[in-house]
Design a protein around this ligand. Structure first.
Ligand code: SF4
Length: 480
C-alpha cells in the first residue's frame, strides 16, 4: 500500500506542533548564525537534545565565534561540552575547526555539500542539516528517525540512511526536503518511537502499513478481585516531565496510586494542574533544598493516614520517603539516596536503607506493605546491561547489592522478579550515547512487598514505552 506523503506530512505537522523543537532548528531560528548551527549540529550527533542544548549554551558563552573558538584547546573544549556523546572526538574536531575554516573558507562556514564534507567532524547528515537550517538550501537530512519511519511507511525500501537520502531525493517533493527531518525526528521521539511505537494513539494508524513494527501494548488492569494499580516513577523533575507529556502518560497508565520520586519542586512551584490533579488526592513531601530530590503521591482514594519521612532529619530534610495508609495496605514511596560517582555517599545510603527497612518492617506488623520507588541499585547481574564494567560503580557496588540481598533475605519480595525472570528489563538509561534507544540500561525501580503479601501480586510491568524522564514507570497490580 503506497502512503500519500502529502496527507501524512500535513497530518504530522499538526500532530507535532506542541512537541519540542529539535535543538539545532532552535539555534538556527534564534541565532541565524551558520557557525553556531554547524557547531550545535556537530555536538548533537548521538546525543539527546537536552544535553546538546546545555552543552551548546556553555560552549557559546565562551566561544560564540570562529575566532573565540580558536582560543580554546581540546581539554577546555572537552570540559565545556561534556557529557555529549563522544565528547573527546567532538572536542578534537572543534579544536581543529577554526584553522580549517580560516585557511580554506576565509573564516566563514561554506555553503556547499562538498566543501562542508572537508570540515573535521562533518559527515553527510551534518552537512545536510547545516545547508538546510543555516542557509535554507534544499537538502534532506536523514536522521535515524527519518530513515526508520520512511521505511515503516513503505515510502522507501532501503537499508541505510544514505540510501534513504538518495531515494528521497528522487521521489520526495522538494518543498518537504527541509522540514521533513524535524517533523520526523519530533514524531519519532514522541509517537513513532524506535521501541514500542505508540500506534494505539497515532493519527496515521488507519493508513500506515506499519512495516516491521511491533506496537507497544498497554496491559489492562486485571479484573480479578479488587486490584489497585500501583505505579512508581522517578520523573527527574516533575515540572520538566509535565512539559514532556506527563498528563498524557498519566491517562495511559491510569494508576490508582502513583508514587513519584525526584520531583525537584515544592508543591507551590508546580503548575496548577499538578497541584490539584483532577481525579486524585495529591500528597507532597519536598526536600528543604529547592530543586532537589522530593517525593509525591497521587491517589484516587483518600489516605487514612499520611506519614512524612522515616524519623531521621538527615533523610527527611531531603524529602525521601512519603507513606500513605489505606484500609488494607501501606504504600511507602521512596527515593533512595545515590551513592555518588566517588561513592562518598555510600555510608549515608546504607544508613538510609537500614532505617527504611526497620520503618517498613514496623508497618508490616499490622497490614500489607508495598515499598516502591527508585532504589538506586541494580540487584543482580541480570538487572543491568553491563554488569562486569560496573562492579565498582554507584548503584552496583557489592555494598549496595549486599543490602538488597539482606532485604530480600528478610522476607521482602521483589514483585517484578516474582513474575518476570527475563533479562533486559530496565527502568533507567543514561542520557548519553542514545543508551535508551540501544536499551543499555539498569533496573533501579522496584515495588517490594512484605513476605505475607506475595499472593497479592497480580501483575507487574515496566513501561519502557513511556518517556519524559531518564527512568520509566514501573507498575504493580496489587490485590487490596
Ligand atoms: S501507526 Fe505506528 S508505525 Fe505507523 S506511523 Fe503511527 S506510530 Fe508509527
Amino acid at each position: 500500500m503506497a502512503v500519500n506523503i502529502d496527507t501524512f506530512l500535513s497530518l504530522l505537522k499538526k500532530e507535532v506542533k506542541d512537541y519540542q523543537v529539535p535543538v539545532v532548528d532552535l539555534i538556527a531560528v534564534q541565532t541565524k548564525d551558520p557557525f553556531r548551527v554547524l557547531v550545535a549540529t556537530i555536538l548533537s550527533a548521538r546525543t539527546k537534545d537536552e544535553v546538546t542544548a546545555k552543552a551548546s549554551e556553555r560552549l557559546f558563552a565562551k566561544a560564540g565565534s570562529i575566532q573565540k573558538l580558536a582560543k580554546l584547546d581540546e581539554k577546555q573544549l572537552q570540559k565545556l561540552i561534556f557529557p555529549v556523546g563522544f565528547y573527546k572526538n567532538k572536542a578534537r574536531y572543534l579544536a581543529a575547526l577554526p584553522a580549517v575554516l580560516t585557511r580554506d573558507f576565509a573564516a566563514k562556514v561554506p555553503e556547499s555539500m562538498d566543501a562542508l564534507l572537508t570540515l573535521p567532524g562533518v559527515g553527510r547528515k551534518t552537512a545536510n542539516l547545516v545547508l538546510a537550517q543555516a542557509f535554507a538550501i534544499p537538502a534532506i537530512c536523514v536522521d535515524t528517525h527519518v530513515h526508520r519511519i520512511m521505511n515503516i511507511w513503505g515510502y522507501v525500501d532501503t537499508s541505510n540512511p544514505l540510501q534513504t537520502e538518495m531515494a528521497l531525493r528522487e521521489k520526495l517533493p522538494q518543498k518537504y526536503w527541509i522540514p521533513v527531518n524535524s517533523l520526523l525526528v519530533a514524531f519519532g521521539q514522541g509517537t513513532c518511537r524506535p521501541i514500542g511505537p505508540h500506534c494505539d494513539r497515532c493519527l496515521l494508524v488507519e493508513d500506515c502499513p506499519q512495516i516491521g513494527v511491533t506496537p507497544r501494548k498497554l496491559k489492562k488492569k486485571s479484573a480479578k478481585g479488587n486490584v489497585q494499580r500501583l505505579v512508581s516513577w522517578n520523573v527527574n523533575g516533575l515540572r520538566a516531565a509535565y512539559k514532556k507529556g506527563f498528563m498524557e502518560s498519566l491517562r495511559e497508565m491510569a494508576p490508582d496510586v502513583l508514587g513519584l520520586q525526584e520531583i525537584k519542586a515544592m508543591k507551590e512551584q508546580l503548575p496548577e494542574a499538578l497541584q490539584d490533579l483532577q481525579g486524585y488526592n495529591g500528597y507532597f513531601y519536598s526536600a528543604q533544598r529547592k530543586g532537589y530530590s522530593g517525593v509525591a503521591i497521587y491517589a484516587k482514594k483518600k489516605a487514612i493516614r499520611v506519614i512524612e519521612g522515616i524519623g531521621d532529619a538527615r533523610f527527611d530534610d531531603e524529602g525521601r520517603v512519603l507513606t500513605l495508609e489505606f484500609d488494607s495496605f501501606y504504600f511507602v514511596n521512596c527515593y533512595f539516596p545515590n551513592a555518588k560517582g566517588d561513592l562518598s555517599r555510600l555510608d549515608f545510603k546504607h544508613d538510609f536503607n537500614v532505617m527504611l527497612q526497620n520503618f517498613s518492617e514496623d508497618l508490616a506488623k499490622t497490614k500489607s506493605v508495598v515499598v516502591c520507588g527508585d532504589y538506586n541499585v541494580a540487584h543482580k547481574e541480570i538487572d543491568l546491561a553491563n554488569p562486569k564494567q560496573n562492579v565498582k560503580n554507584a548503584g552496583f557496588t557489592p555494598e549496595e547489592r549486599s543490602w538488597m540481598d539482606n532485604f530480600i533475605a528478610a522476607g521482602w519480595i521483589d514483585s517484578f522478579r516474582e513474575k518476570n525472570k527475563s533479562p533486559e528489563q530496565y527502568s533507567w538509561w543514561s542520557y548519553r550515547s542514545r543508551a535508551r534507544d540501544r536499551n543499555i540500561g539498569w533496573r533501579l525501580d522496584y515495588h517490594c512487598v512484605d513476605g505475607n503479601s506475595v499472593q497479592k501480586i497480580i501483575d507487574v510491568e515496566i513501561l519502557q514505552g513511556i518517556h519524559g524522564s531518564d527512568h520509566c514507570p514501573v507498575v504493580l497490580d496489587f490485590l487490596e
